[in-house]
Design a protein around this ligand. Structure first.
Ligand code: GPW
Length: 830
C-alpha cells in the first residue's frame, strides 16, 4: 500500500529541505526538469499554465521528503495521532502557502524571473480549492496548517468533491450559480492512491448469528457497495518542519459497467450503478448552516466517515497489532455533526468486525471521539428521519437505538425520571416524525464537546445542550477559534509583515504574541506613516479589482468599510444596507456638510435555495446602482458588491480594509473568523457583542473597537416581547424614511414592489432585530466617521488592533485542543 513506503521498517531517509540549500540556480534547473519530464514541454512551447505546473512540481518535490520523514516518524515515535474529520476544507490556493512555509518565496521568484515568467502571475493561475462553504470549512484549513506547524501527527479526512462551491455571477444584481470545475486541468498537489481503497456498504439487512458460546453476533449484509479511493495532499507547516496529510475520498463504483446490460443495447442502463455510486463525491452541498436534508447528503456523510474510520483502524492495527488501545493512541475530532454517524460506525467496526465486547467498545469510542459544535441556530441542527437511517444504514440504526437505550437507562438510574428531561436528552426526537438528533449522538459518543468562542460555549451550556450538559458537567469546554497567520498576515499582507518584522523583530514569525511589541509605536509618527503607506498600497490594489469587477471607481483615500461573509439573515447584511440608505438620505439632505467619504464593500454568496438571502444581494446591488450614479453625493458614498467571494478574493480585500462589519444579532454568530483576519490586518471592528467579537474587544482594548446594540441577553428578552417592530420604527424617523424608500421602489423603479415583502418582514416579524438595533448602529457609524477624521487617533487604534491580535493565531487554538482534548504532543524530530 501507499504507506508501506512510509513504514518504519524502511530506513529514515536523510533529507535536505533547508531553504538555504536551494539556490536560485538549483530551483531554476528543477523547474526545467519538471517542465520537460512531467509536463512534457520545452521552453519554447510551454504555456503559462505549463510553467505553473512545472513550478508546483518543483515546489512539491521539496515537500515530499519531509512528508515521508514525518509519516515515518509518526510510526517510530508513536505520538498520539489526530484525525480531523470534516465534510469541508476551504483551502484556497496552495502555491503561495507552500513556498512561504518552505522559506522559498524569494528564491522561487528569482528562479522564475530568470526563466522569463512572473511568479505572481503564475500564482493566479491556480484555481481555489473551494471544498467548503464558509467559516467552518476555512477553519478546518487553518487547523490543518497549524497542526503541521506544531508537528502534531494529524490527518485531515474529507471528500474530494469533483465540484466545489459554485461560482457566483451577478446578473443585473441577482446571484446566479454556475458549476465550479477546479479539477478541469488536473490537480498537481494531490497523489492518487488507488491501492488505498475501502468498500462502503449501503442498505440491505442485519443477520443475527448465535455463536457456539451462545452469544449473539450481528452481521450487516449491505445491498450495495461503493469504493472509497484516497487522494493525498501534503500539508507543510511553517518553516517546513513537519508535513501532514489531507486525505480526501473519491467515490468509485465497484463495477465500471454492467457488461450484460451493455451488450443487450442499454448503454445508459449499463452505467447507471456507476453514476449512482460516483454521485457521492460529485458536488459539495452549498448549504451553509442549513442541513441539506437529502438522502445523497447522508450517503456522503456515511461514505467519508466509514472510509476514514476504516483507514484509521488499519493504520492503528499496523502500528500496534490490536485495536483495544485505540483511545490511547488516537483522537478523532468531529467538525460539527456532519461526521457524527462516526459514533455508530466506530461501534460497528469494533463490535461486529473486531469482536470487542459492547461495554469496552463504548469506552474506546468515547475515549477516542470528541465533537466541535459551530452553531446554536435550531434550524441548523442536523437530524435524520429514523426510516431513512433504517433503510440506508440498518446496523448503524440498531446501534444508535442501543446506545440511546443504555444512555436513557443510566439517566434514569442516576435518579432522573422527569419525562421532559428524558425526552430532551433522548437521541430520538419524537416531535416532528421520529428523527435522530445528530448533535445528541455526537455529544453522547464524545469525551469532550466544545464551542468555538467563550460566549458561544456559555450559550451552548444554557441552550442546545442544557440538559445533556447538566448530566455530564465536565464535557462541554471552550476552544476559541483562530486563524493561521501564515496565510492571513504573512502571505496576504507582505508589506505589513515586513514592517512588523522590522519594528518588532523577526520573533513575530514564530511567536504571534510578539506583535504586542509594536504597541509602543502606535503614536510614533514615522511608524504610523509607514503603516499608513502599506494600507494605502493595499487599497490601491483593491480599488483596481473593484474597478475591473464592479466597474465602480473608488478613491483609495476614502474609508473602506467591508462586510465579507456568507449572506445570511442573522449576519445582518440588511442592517448595513439600511444604514447605507440612511446615510445616503442624510447626505442628500445636506450635501455640503463635511461628510467622511467612504465606500461600502460587500462580498459573499447565498445558498442557492435561500431566496431571501438572494433578494438581499439584489437589494445591495440596487442600492449601489442608485447611489453610485447620483451626482449629488459627489463620490462621498459608494457601494461595491464584489462577485464570487472566495479565499483568494478575501486575501485581496482584508489587507485593504479600514472598517470590519461584524454585526450579527447577538447570540447568533458562534465565533466568526473573518473578524479576526480583518482586525489582525489593522481594520477597526464595528460589531455587536457576539461570538469572538467579545474576546477581540478584550484583546485590542475597549477604546479600539466600536461596539453597539443589544447583548445576547437583551436579544432574548426583546424577542420575548414579540418581534413586531411597528413601535420601534415609529420612534425612528431615519429608519422610517429608509423603509419607506426601499418598500416603495425608490431603488427598484423597474419593479417597485420588489422589496415590499422584505420591508413587511422587517416591520412585523423581525426575528433578527434589524430594526431594534438600527439607531444604535447608525449612531455608532457616526462615531466611526468622527474617529476617521482624527487621523492620529484612527491609526493608533488600527495599530493597536494588529498589536493585540496575536492570541487569535490558530496555533494557540490547536495547542489548546492538543493539551486539553486530544492529550497529544508535538511529534519528536523526524
Ligand atoms: F451550522 N459555520 C459555518 F454550525 O461556516 F454547521 N457553516 C456551518 O454550516 C456551521 C457553522 C454550522 C461557522 C459559524 O457560523 C461561525 O460563527 C464560525 O466562526 C465558523 O463556523 C467556524 O467555527
Amino acid at each position: 500500500t501507499s504507506e508501506a513506503a512510509c513504514a518504519p521498517s524502511l530506513a529514515d531517509t536523510g533529507r535536505d529541505i533547508a531553504p538555504a540549500a536551494d539556490s536560485v540556480a538549483n530551483l531554476r534547473e528543477a523547474i526545467l526538469r519538471r517542465l520537460t519530464y512531467s509536463v512534457g514541454k520545452n521552453q519554447a512551447s510551454a504555456s503559462e499554465y505549463d510553467w505553473y505546473l512545472a513550478v508546483v512540481y518543483a515546489t512539491r518535490d521539496r515537500i515530499v521528503e519531509g512528508w515521508m520523514a514525518s509519516t515515518n516518524a509518526a510510526y517510530v515515535h508513536g505520538p498520539k495521532r489526530v484525525y480531523y474529520l470534516s465534510l469541508e476544507f476551504l483551502i484556497g490556493r496552495l502555491l503561495g502557502d507552500a513556498l512561504n512555509n518552505l522559506g522559498l518565496t524569494e528564491t522561487m521568484r528569482a528562479a522564475t524571473r530568470e526563466l522569463g515568467v512572473d511568479l505572481e502571475r503564475l500564482r493566479t493561475l491556480e484555481p481555489d480549492a473551494a471544498l467548503g462553504n464558509g467559516g467552518l470549512g476555512r477553519l478546518a484549513a487553518c487547523f490543518m496548517e497549524s497542526m503541521a506547524t506544531l508537528s502534531i501527527a494529524a490527518h485531515g479526512y474529507g471528500i474530494r468533491y469533483d465540484h466545489g462551491l459554485f461560482r457566483q455571477v451577478l446578473k443585473d444584481g441577482w446571484q446566479q450559480e454556475y458549476p465550479e470545475d477546479w479539477l478541469a486541468l488536473g490537480n498537481p498537489w494531490e497523489f492518487k492512491r488507488p491501492e488505498v481503497c475501502y468498500r462502503i456498504g449501503f442498505g440491505g439487512a442485519v443477520e443475527a448469528l448465535t455463536s457456539p458460546d451462545g452469544a449473539t453476533r450481528y452481521a450487516w449484509k449491505p445491498a450495495e457497495y461503493v469504493e472509497a479511493i484516497a487522494y493525498d495532499t501534503p500539508v507543510v507547516g511553517w518553516r517546513g518542519a513537519h508535513v501532514n496529510t489531507l486525505r480526501l475520498w473519491s467515490a468509485r463504483a465497484c463495477d465500471p459497467l454492467q457488461l450484460d446490460v451493455f451488450n443487450a443495447g442499454d448503454y445508459v442502463g449499463a452505467v447507471a450503478d456507476k453514476m449512482r455510486a460516483e454521485a457521492i463525491s460529485k458536488v459539495l452541498y452549498p448549504s451553509d448552516e442549513t442541513p441539506a436534508g437529502q438522502e445523497l447528503r447522508l450517503r456522503q456523510e456515511y461514505f467519508f466517515a466509514s472510509a476514514s474510520l476504516q483507514d484509521a483502524l488499519r493504520r492503528h492495527l499496523k502500528q500496534y497489532q490490536e485495536v483495544r488501545s485505540l483511545a490511547e493512541h488516537v483522537a478523532i475530532q468531529l467538525n460539527d455533526t456532519h461526521p457524527a454517524i462516526s459514533v455508530a460506525e466506530l461501534m460497528r467496526l469494533l463490535v461486529d468486525v473486531h469482536g470487542i465486547a459492547w461495554e469496552e467498545a463504548w469506552k474506546i469510542t468515547q475515549g477516542t471521539i470528541s465533537y466541535t459544535n459551530h452553531t446554536l441556530l435550531p434550524e441548523a441542527l442536523e437530524s435524520w428521519p429514523v426510516p431513512l437511517l433504517e433503510r440506508m444504514l440498518p446496523r448503524q440504526m440498531q446501534i444508535i437505538y442501543l446506545i440511546n437505550a443504555l444512555h436513557l437507562d443510566s439517566v434514569r438510574k442516576s435518579g432522573h425520571t422527569d419525562a421532559r428531561l428524558i425526552a430532551a436528552v433522548s437521541m430520538i426526537d419524537e416531535h416532528a416524525g421520529r428523527r435522530v438528533r445528530m448533535g445528541h449522538l455526537a455529544f453522547i459518543g464524545s469525551h469532550k464537546v466544545n464551542g468555538v468562542s467563550a460566549l458561544h460555549s456559555k450559550l451552548l451550556k444554557q441552550t442546545v445542550f442544557r440538559d445533556l450538559g447538566t448530566l455530564y458537567p465536565d464535557r462541554i469546554v471552550n476552544k476559541t477559534n483562530g486563524i493561521t497567520f501564515r496565510r492571513w498576515l504573512f502571505e496576504a499582507n507582505p508589506g505589513l509583515t515586513r514592517l512588523l518584522a522590522d519594528t518588532a523583530g523577526e520573533g513575530i514569525y514564530d511567536d504571534p504574541m510578539a506583535l504586542r511589541k509594536i504597541a509602543p509605536y502606535a503614536s510614533d509618527a514615522a511608524f504610523v506613516g509607514e503603516f499608513a503607506a502599506v494600507k494605502r498600497q493595499n487599497k490601491v490594489a483593491l480599488a483596481k479589482i473593484i474597478l475591473d469587477r464592479c466597474h465602480v471607481k473608488v478613491d483609495p483615500d476614502v474609508l473602506f468599510d467591508v462586510q465579507i461573509k456568507r449572506v445570511h439573515e442573522y449576519k445582518r447584511q440588511l442592517l448595513n444596507i439600511l444604514e447605507t440608505v440612511a446615510l445616503y438620505d442624510a447626505i442628500r439632505a445636506q450635501p455640503y456638510l463635511d461628510w467622511v467619504p467612504r465606500v461600502k464593500i460587500f462580498a459573499g454568496k447565498a445558498a442557492a435555495s435561500y431566496h431571501h438571502a438572494k433578494l438581499i444581494i439584489k437589494l445591495a446591488n440596487d442600492v449601489a446602482n442608485v447611489i453610485n450614479n447620483d451626482p449629488t453625493v459627489r463620490g462621498m458614498l459608494k457601494v461595491a458588491y464584489l462577485p464570487n467571494y472566495n479565499v483568494s478574493l478575501a486575501e485581496s480585500i482584508i489587507p485593504a480594509s479600514d472598517l470590519s462589519e461584524q454585526i450579527s444579532t447577538a447570540g447568533m454568530e458562534a465565533s466568526g473568523t473573518g473578524n479576526m483576519k480583518l482586525a489582525l490586518n489593522g481594520a477597526l471592528t464595528i460589531g455587536t457583542l457576539d461570538g469572538a467579537n467579545v474576546e477581540i474587544k478584550q484583546h485590542v482594548g475597549d477604546e479600539n473597537i466600536f461596539i453597539f446594540g443589544m447583548t445576547a441577553e437583551q436579544v432574548a428578552q426583546r424577542r420575548g416581547r414579540g418581534i413586531d417592530m411597528r413601535e420601534t420604527i415609529a420612534r425612528s424617523p431615519a429608519l422610517r424614511e429608509v423603509l419607506d424608500a426601499i418598500g416603495s421602489g425608490v431603488f427598484s423603479p423597474d419593479d417597485p414592489g420588489r422589496y415590499a415583502g422584505l420591508v413587511d418582514i422587517l416591520t412585523h416579524h423581525d426575528h433578527f432585530l434589524v430594526c431594534e438595533d438600527f439607531d444604535a448602529y447608525y449612531a455608532c457609524q457616526r462615531e466611526v466617521a468622527a474617529k476617521w477624521l482624527d487621523r492620529a487617533a484612527w491609526w493608533k487604534a488600527s495599530i493597536l488592533n494588529t498589536a493585540g491580535m496575536g492570541w487569535f493565531s490558530s496555533d494557540r487554538t490547536i495547542a489548546e485542543y492538543a493539551d486539553e482534548i486530544w492529550k497529544t504532543q508535538a511529534q519528536k524530530k523526524e
